[in-house]
Design a protein around this ligand. Sequence first.
Ligand code: PHE
Length: 467
Amino acid sequence: MADQKQSIHGVWASRWVFILAATGSAVGLGNIWKFPYMAGVYGGGAFVAVYLLCIALVGAPIMLAETVLGRRGRQSPINSLRSLAYTAKASPRWAWAAVMGMIAALLILSFYSVVAGWALDYIIGMGQGSFTGISGEGAATRFATLTDDPWRLAGWHSLFMLVTAIIIARGVVAGLEKALRIMMPMLFVLLVALFGYSLSTGHFMEGVRFLFHFDLAEVPAGILAAMGHAFFTLSVGVGSIMVFGAYMPRESSIAGTVMTVALLDTLVALTAGLALFPVVFAAGLEPSAGPGLMFVTLPIAFGNIAMGQVFGLLFFMLVAVAAWSSAISMLEPAVAYGVERSGRSRVAVTAAIAILCWLVGMGTVLSFNVLAEARFMVADESGWRLFAWTDAGGKTFFESIDYLTSRILLPLGGLAFCLFAGWVLSRDALREELSLQHPQLFPVLLCLLRYVAPAGVAIVFVTELFK
Ligand code: PHE
């Protein structure tokens, strides 16, 4: 019998709003900022190939699992898992997967807010015309000046976090939908326009070759990075999609919806990559520049095309919006849980969590300047240490949080959600939630959830261990 429970936090007006919210969550800095620089660091094609494979075989099935669990549970991810486990007579400990996810989402938000702050800074820069006619070197210096200044970073980080908290405190259903309806298509149009520019650089094919040149020998280097990024870009493994699933109307079909979101997300990432790399090559920059890649290359493109200032301004505004629509989905699982658990108002809960997250984010702010030499997770000749003042080996604060979340917590969380949907939830419940138009697809999906996706995560972890 259908479970008629409703969420206390609200319900989307239709399936489309879920698509919008889930796409808003998925499409963000991960696609435009992180995907290109990671592809650059891990050598291009081999990374892209593993990433695409992981999206199809692991990420998308887990997104499906999360949506199903959310809509069935109708509460925050933690309480949804707890009540579903109870119904299935399974251990309530499954809820720990959602606790871990919730923490991972907040950790991601802490650095996401700092990077989104860079985009805010670039909006002003574009508005002032400070990129007009800029050279590759000039753009690199401009970026370094920004990251060297802790106060400037902290200011933008605070602003980004504040706005995220305000949207969440007011409830996601009303404000967000309108903005997303206009902004997401615009972002896409601008990306296509940039893509057009990169075609004109004369280095387009170099970009294509870099992203799609596949050499099996290069694969092992970036395999965990690529899988971690597949989780990151689809927003899976943390409960963000689950919490949005909890607000999904009863009647809508989940499988098609999830496919749409995963495809849109992939399309945006590939378009961003194809728009960026030709500019990188044309300007004689290194593809492996790291986190600054987008902030150095795109200004060169904008600084040297007709109307570049207007396009650039619009572009960074849209990046900020895409980042906000992702950021709220990182905060929502914790806020929904906090409200359910404490019975306090959404505003109070949001404020408390956002402040905590802001504080952790200050670690990332400082890791680009004052604490640039501080290293965590250091492994060198003298053994393994959590912290050291050394620039040999080890990761900065920002890199550690990024590593811990994308490469460890997200895949583990996703694995748990997927196993829960595949093995713990009853088959009938799963079938009913999926409400497939073509029932013959059910065994295929079940097989993906039960075997293929979990095996994918396991294989990548093991490969990484023995690398
Ligand atoms: N998917 C988002 C992006 O690509 C990031 C994100 C991760 C959002 C985890 C929510 C949860 O930018």
